[in-house]
Ligand binder design. Structure first.
Ligand code: NAP
Length: 594
């Protein structure tokens, strides 16, 4: 690896250099320019990010100081700027790191300026790209050969760690450094690593379901950051991809990258949570939608084949479709839930057809390097959609915050003085450079920050719950209106209408064995005539098991029970005997209308 950019001469030794003014190779100035986030200005990115001068960080024995030429922009530093859902600075301070600021940036291209004494894979002067998987080499799990992505020490560099790439110098572990593709500019090479390595693990990281020659892969968001990388990785594996996009204007972009063809998701309406499995009519309509979507896959392929892998990240809106269309024994692999996290799965398809729903997050060192070989061989277009100057870094994040940024990968110049520098030599293979349709911007809500720590059983901090102490007995309706399991639906309907109630408890041998709700009645009618529905029995349509709560239970707990199980009422018991009903209407009356 050689140095393409021209460093200053040795007479030019200073304590600090202007942005774009390169210190002599290997000379590390005491101070550096950086974009800093501080807790006192958490908020919108244009205010949270401020240019400051700080001490250049020192490095540990396994670390490297990289002179940053360009940096990639990712959503995680919008969250860092907002200070939600995690204050990354406070989290590090709590763990013993003293800096009261955050320097973000989880993608970079640059030049090695200093190496720790244990570093063997890079030397001063090497041009590198940096992946963001950061973990302790002393972790017993890692030492024993375990996947570092499962290590408790794993962190996303430039989000969970400090000294990312939004500064003249970035502090990284040597294992994060990978050779930089010479045919790319600084900004191109800064843009692809995070998304491409994530896509690589999703497609190559999961054993028997790894993408293979001849496989078919369905890729959601084919023109997006992850999707554009996935198409190219699938192509390199000798497999075939079908890309899903929101408009025909993106077809050419995806096919130029290597997709066999595209599907316009705008032509379908069956998105979101699955209809209730008892809802014959709703389920039939959903099946019609998902089957016609599946038929589009066949149209693209020219044969009736199902995808061996479905490359997922929209989540709640698309998971039911992904599970349905996936081949028997295939895998739906998911790394995000951009449209929501409560995805629904029809378990019958999962177990009967033995499909796999696999979570995946970023990539380990080996996988990032495998991905990078594609880039080095010229087989990976970085799909750079927009480039910003150093001064525009907060604007780039503000655009993301406001959902006004283009799809694909964005970069910001740091040490590079203008666009188009850094490329030396021709790419090993010539790729058609795809161009995104003009005016393409985001429509989806802000994704979850990369690696935001989830609450675990080891969480030490207690959670404060605001509760006014109201008990179920204060709100419930006393008395139970019941029916027998053998009563007909017609009889139950009459009881409901006569008594003006929303549900009837099914009692057998003095015990509540189920509830027939208005929803159950309506579901019984879905896909049947009124006469067919009327002669059904209460036990055929009731929701069995009867969710109960004790009259002394806190109202807040009862509400959690109902919302968690998607129910509108609970049977209230006292000494295990049914004594009343608590409905959502009662709760609304109390908490809103008062
Ligand atoms: P991106 O460039 O915004 O692309 C996302 C694509 O999803 C868009 O191009 C859009 O394409 C498609 N999409 C949007 N809404 C959709 C919907 N309702 N149904 C189906 N498709 C929809 O983002 P990205 O960089 O690819 O990242 C995608 C997600 O992965 C984000 O949430 C990101 O945070 C996450 N991510 C996770 C990791 C990880 O390691 N866990 C790493 C990188 C990214 P169309 O509108 O054309 O369909």
């Amino acid at each position: 690896m050689s140095v393409v950019a021209k460093p200053s001469t040795s007479e030019n030794i200073k304590d600090i250099y202007n942005i774009g003014e390169m210190p002599p190779l290997g000379y590390v100035p005491a101070k550096m320019h950086a974009w800093l986030i501080r807790p006192e200005r958490f908020g919108k990115p244009t205010e949270a990010f401020q240019k400051e001068v700080v001490n250049t960080p020192t490095i540990a024995d396994d670390e490297v100081l990289v002179y940053v030429m360009a940096s990639g922009i990712n959503y995680n530093n919008v969250w860092a700027a907002l200070g939600i859902p995690v204050n990354v600075i406070a989290a590090r301070n709590k763990a013993g790191e003293p800096e009261p600021f955050h320097i973000g940036g989880s993608d970079a291209s640059g030049i090695v300026y200093k190496v720790g004494k244990d570093v063997t894979n890079v030397k001063v002067g090497d041009e590198v790209v940096v992946h963001c998987a950061n973990y302790s080499r002393d972790c017993p799990w890692v030492k024993s050969g375990g996947d570092p992505m499962f290590s408790p020490t794993f962190k996303i560099w430039g989000y969970e760690t400090n000294y990312g790439s939004f500064a003249q110098f970035a502090r990284v572990q040597a294992q994060q450094c990978m050779p930089r593709p010479k045919h790319m500019t600084w900004e191109e090479s800064a843009a692809y690593t995070l998304v491409a390595a994530t896509a690589w693990r999703m497609l190559h990281g999961w054993g028997a379901n790894e993408v293979k020659k001849g496989d078919v892969v369905l890729i959601w968001g084919g023109a997006g950051g992850l999707g554009s990388m996935a198409i190219q990785i699938v192509k390199a594996a000798g497999a075939t991809s079908v890309a899903v996009v929101s408009g025909q204007d993106k077809y050419e972009y995806c096919t130029k990258l290597g997709a066999e063809g595209c599907i316009n998701r705008g032509e379908f309406e069956h998105w979101g949570l699955l209809p209730h499995w008892k809802d014959n009519a709703g389920y039939a309509k959903w099946l019609k939608g998902v089957r016609s979507f599946g038929a589009k896959i066949w149209d693209v392929l020219g044969e009736k084949r199902a995808p061996n892998i479905v490359f997922e990240h929209p989540g709640e809106a698309t998971i039911p479709t992904s599970i349905f269309v996936c081949e028997t024994g295939g895998m739906v692999v998911v790394c995000a839930g951009t449209t929501g996290y409560n995805a629904t799965v029809d378990l019958r398809y999962l177990w009967m057809r033995q499909k796999r729903l696999q979570g995946s997050h970023f990539a380990n060192t080996m996988q990032a390097n495998e991905m990078n070989k594609l880039a080095l061989r010229g087989q990976l277009d970085p799909c750079l959609s927009r480039i910003f100057t150093y001064d525009e870094l907060p604007i780039a994040h503000q655009l993301m915050h406001e959902n006004k940024h283009p799809h694909g990968n964005m970069a910001v110049l740091v040490g590079a003085t203008k666009l188009g520098l850094g490329a030396s030599g021709k790419p090993p293979v010539t790729l058609e450079h795809p161009v995104m349709p003009k005016d393409d911007v985001h429509t989806t809500p802000h994704p979850y920050p990369m690696s935001m720590p989830l609450p675990s059983i080891a969480e030490a901090e207690s959670v404060t719950i605001a509760d006014d102490g109201t008990r179920v007995r204060e709100l419930m309706h006393r008395g139970i209106i019941a029916c027998a399991p053998t009563d007909t639906v017609g009889q139950v309907a009459k009881t409901m209408i006569d008594k003006d109630i929303h549900a009837v408890v099914v009692m057998e041998g003095g015990k509540a064995v189920g509830v027939v709700s208005q929803t159950d009645m309506v579901l019984a009618r879905q896909g049947r005539t009124a006469d067919q529905a009327r002669v059904m029995l209460a036990r055929d349509i009731m929701t069995p098991g009867c969710a109960t709560c004790d009259a002394d239970m806190l109202l807040s707990e009862a509400v959690s029970l109902m919302t968690g199980r998607r129910m509108h009422r609970l049977v209230v018991t006292q000494n295990d005997k049914p004594v009343g009903v608590l409905s959502m209407t009662d709760v609304v009356r109390k908490i809103i209308a008062n």
